[in-house]
Design a protein around this ligand. Structure first.
Ligand code: MGD
Ligand code: MGD
Ligand code: MO
Length: 772
């Protein structure tokens, strides 16, 4: 029996997997460089599957282009600034092709398949049906989705929102692909209605980074850009699977290596980017199979051990400063920071034994990293979910900043913190107002410019929304993209939450689980994708996005829309807003006719967006001002603030393991492209758990043995996944790893960080036993 069928019988949860393997699972450790020909082969297979060999390549040539292209709807890595003609990666191509597929989900499809029937399909099969083509409404009598006109669909949303006793009974979720213009209208609608309930995918992603950087530096973002990456002497890459999730960073790593920079990877797993890469757009490298190293040191930290490692490096640098006056930058510390003495005392008081135990690394190894840091004039620390999705994510990011401050690695070329954001516009969403905890200054300006009276009380984030839906306090859920049902933790509990709603609305491009786990009334509103031409009254429109390094630029679709009935996201927001707010003074329709008008309002309402329409049309767009980069700190002390937090205890209790949930190479969050994870040597298998061989032996588990996984939450409750296959892997003892979103079944809703409210998706406390 398939492992997830087994789970379904247990919990009444629908299957939750990629393509059901036809072939037997395989595991052969991967020894090739990242990217290169393996990637090229995989792209060709994918183009063939989506029947896109004709138009696909043409569109790909237009991606991430300085002039008149569309922004890759994949990750948030910035576009090349040096005129690279083909600034693309394997996964970006899969992504674009996924959107451009020729397959369609139309009314005949929905007439043929009831919702109960579709609920039994795999998530892979659902999305594999192709693009949604017209608005649909759930019909409880027949248990089918049936067509509805846009007018009636908007009226349904409007009625449901107007009938609420309190606007806070609605929640408006955003997935990080939404362009800035639609984002601005969306938050305006929510706030004009009277709620700050704006949960977003960032609540599960980089909430910890935002809060930490805000507290330390007075900005929620990183301070470096690609030019700094090009100039740095040392890169510390923490908790990110670069080759799969930010593949265009491989080029930056290879160039850094060529330049003689040091590259330290900090990750429990030695991911593909921590070895070598063949740069796909370097024709000579491709032709000669010439690989470049992309790492000079790998440190396999224990899950959750990053803060201890950072503390260890700081301690070593401080110790060295006794004899080596250049180890620290006393002038920088003196002029620009506060809290140094306390932090220095804390580092001195933290014993090496504790640092070794909590990081899972030897003092010798930590000293190697400390030497790299000490010897570099300019260092960048970059991180992603391996650092943030923990109980102590905020403290860890602040510890990263502590380390940078010691040597003045801030506010100058080649130095600073550089979080790798997830979705292509997740950072822009926050900049443009998707924030359940908006600042009073933001609201004051919005009130003044848009003539609304926005609510001041904080709204609900992702976790809060799920809790509120389950209590019956949130009755209308709108999903602006994404796949909330699967992306959120505690799958059965999240399902229950969505099912208690009076109305669920999903604005989507493809069929997914969140359409099948729905409220009493449900709507699917299909929208244009980023690759498609968006015609409005004033002509073809473009939208803007902001990358991981605060560059804002325009994205223009070029493909004919998948269906003539699709609306753009700004048009869908405006349609809902007009129906929900019949007396609104906001010129919703006028905005949609010409997005320049939205941008003109944004230029007045948002910090850093002055002269938006002109600057966004510059060849590479513009960079949002970063005060911390100029050593201006919006903190209580007006300086960069050292934090002095105690090290958390992250060592698993005897008999238990720390399990991290992560992505395979062949998936985009909840979208599964195949059952393979090439760089980790896995074929035809997703229901697996990577374990240390010694941990397996201790439990009498052999390779491919089925195992039962039980997680124990903060409140003592347990959750189970049975029949997963154990894979012996190079991972520290006490650590285990497997794939999201399947493993969200193991993540309890109560297991969120008290520092960031972020679900603890990288440190699930589990026991693993051989299946009985
Ligand atoms: N192709 C593709 N690209 C993507 C995505 C996708 O799904 N597919 N998703 C996008 C999104 S929304 C995001 S947020 C990013 C996510 O990008 P990543 O952060 O790379 O996402 P994960 O796959 O969760 O991988 C987490 C990495 O952290 C490591 N890790 C786990 N625990 C720890 C720890 O305690 N410490 C350290 N140092 N490392 C740890 C894992 O081994 C793994 O390498 O990627 C974006 N890009
Ligand atoms: N256990 C565990 N869970 C996790 C994570 C983890 O590491 N571990 N990571 C978390 C993270 S970092 C994130 S960001 C979330 C991701 O959460 P989400 O952003 O909610 O999920 P996605 O899978 O990216 O959403 C995919 C869906 O988006 C829709 N879509 C695609 N393109 C467009 C578009 O252009 N417009 C619109 N309107 N819709 C579109 C399609 O219908 C598709 O089915 O998952 C989180 N969940
Ligand atoms: Mo994310």
């Amino acid at each position: 029996m398939n492992a997830s069928d087994n789970q379904q019988e247990q919990d009444g949860v629908e299957p939750n997997v990629g393509p059901i393997p036809e072939a037997a699972p395989e595991f052969h450790p991967y020894h090739h460089p990242a990217a290169g020909w393996g990637a090229a082969k995989s792209v060709t297979r994918f183009l063939l599957r989506e029947r896109e060999l004709v138009d696909g390549p043409r569109a790909i040539m237009k991606m991430n282009h300085e002039k008149s292209g569309f922004d890759c709807p994949g990750c948030a890595w910035p576009d090349d600034t040096k005129g690279l003609k083909l600034d693309i990666c394997e996964n970006g191509i899969k992504h674009v092709t996924w959107e451009m597929t020729r397959k369609r989900v139309d009314r005949t499809f929905f007439a043929e398949h009831s919702v109960s029937e579709l609920s039994k399909w795999s998530d892979f099969a659902l999305e594999d049906q192709g693009r949604l083509t017209e608005p649909m409404r759930y019909d409880p009598e027949s248990d089918h989705y049936v067509p509805i006109s846009w007018k009636d669909a908007f009226a349904t949303v409007g009625r449901a929102l107007r009938e609420l006793d309190d606007p806070n009974q609605a929640a408006f979720y955003t997935s990080g692909r939404l362009g800035n213009e639609a984002t601005f209208l969306y938050q305006l609608m929510a706030r004009e209605l009277g709620t700050n309930n704006l949960p977003d995918c960032s609540n599960m992603c980089h909430e910890a980074s935002g809060r930490a950087l805000q507290a330390s530096l007075g900005t929620g973002k990183g301070t470096v850009d690609l030019k700094d990456w090009d100039a740095t002497d040392a890169l510390f890459i923490m908790g990110v699977n670069v080759a799969s999730n930010a593949p265009r960073m491989l080029t930056a790593l290879a160039e850094a290596y060529h330049r003689g920079a040091q590259i330290v990877h900090i990750n429990p797993l030695v991911e593909a980017a921590a070895t070598r890469t063949i740069i796909p757009h370097d024709i000579a490298d491709m032709a000669l199979f010439r690989a470049t190293r992309t790492s000079t040191l790998n440190l396999q930290v224990r899950i959750g051990g990053d803060m201890a490692l950072m503390r260890g490096i700081s301690k070593a640098v401080l110790e060295q400063s006794g004899t080596d006056p250049k180890a620290l930058d006393p002038e920088f510390i003196d002029r620009h920071t506060s809290g140094f003495e306390e932090y220095r005392d804390l580092c001195e008081a933290t014993p090496w034994e504790e640092i070794e135990l909590q990081s899972g690394l030897s003092r010798d190894d930590i000293l190697k990293a400390a030497h790299v840091y000490r010897d570099a004039d300019r260092s960048i620390v970059s991180w992603c979910l391996g650092v943030t999705q923990h109980e102590h994510g905020v403290d860890t990011v602040r510890e990263i900043v502590n380390l940078l401050l010691l040597r003045g690695n801030l506010g100058r070329e080649g130095a600073g913190p550089s979080p790798v954001r997830g979705h292509s516009n997740v950072q822009g969403n926050r900049t443009c107002g998707i924030d359940h905890r908006p600042s009073p200054e933001f609201l004051d300006r919005l009130a003044e410019v848009c003539k609304i009276d926005p609510p001041r009380a904080h709204g609900l984030d992702t976790i809060g929304t799920i809790q509120a839906m389950n209590r019956g306090d949130v009755k209308v859920f709108v999903g602006m993209g994404g796949n909330f049902a699967l992306a959120a933790p505690d799958t059965p509990y999240t399902y229950e939450a969505l099912r208690t709603c009076d109305l669920t609305v999903q604005v989507s491009t493809k069929l997914n689980r969140s359409h099948l786990v729905h409220g009493r009334q449900a709507l699917i509103l299909p929208c244009l994708g980023r690759t498609e031409k968006d015609h409005q009254r004033a002509g073809v429109q473009s939208t803007s996005v902001e990358d991981s390094m605060s560059m804002v630029h325009l994205s223009v679709g070029m493909k004919r829309p998948a269906s003539s009935q699709l609306l753009s996201e700004p048009a869908i927001v405006a349609g809902m807003a007009r129906a929900a707010l019949p007396d609104s003074a906001t010129p919703w329709q006028w905005y949609v006719e010409d997005y320049d008008r939205i941008r003109d309002t944004m230029a007045q309402a948002l910090d850093g967006f002055e002269d938006f329409n002109r600057r966004v049309r510059l060849p590479l767009g513009f960079r949002i001002k970063q005060p911390a980069r100029e050593l201006v700190f919006d903190t209580p002390s007006s300086r960069a603030e050292f934090s002095s937090a105690p090290l958390p205890d992250v060592v698993p209790a005897p008999g238990t393991l720390a399990l991290g949930t992560m992505r395979s190479h062949d998936q985009w969050n909840t979208t599964i492209y195949s059952d393979n994870d090439r760089y980790r040597g896995i074929k035809n298998l997703r229901t697996l758990v990577f374990m240390n061989a010694a941990d397996m032996r201790e439990r009498g588990i052999d390779e491919f043995d089925p195992v039962d996984i039980t997680s124990t939450a903060k409140d003592g409750s347990t959750r189970h996944l049975n029949g997963y296959l154990a894979i012996p892997y190079d991972i520290p003892r006490g650590c285990a790893a497997g794939y999201m979103p399947e493993m969200n079944v193991l993540c309890a809703l109560v297991d969120y960080s008290t520092q960031s409210d972020q679900p603890i998706m990288k440190h699930v406390k589990v026991t693993i036993t051989r299946a009985t």
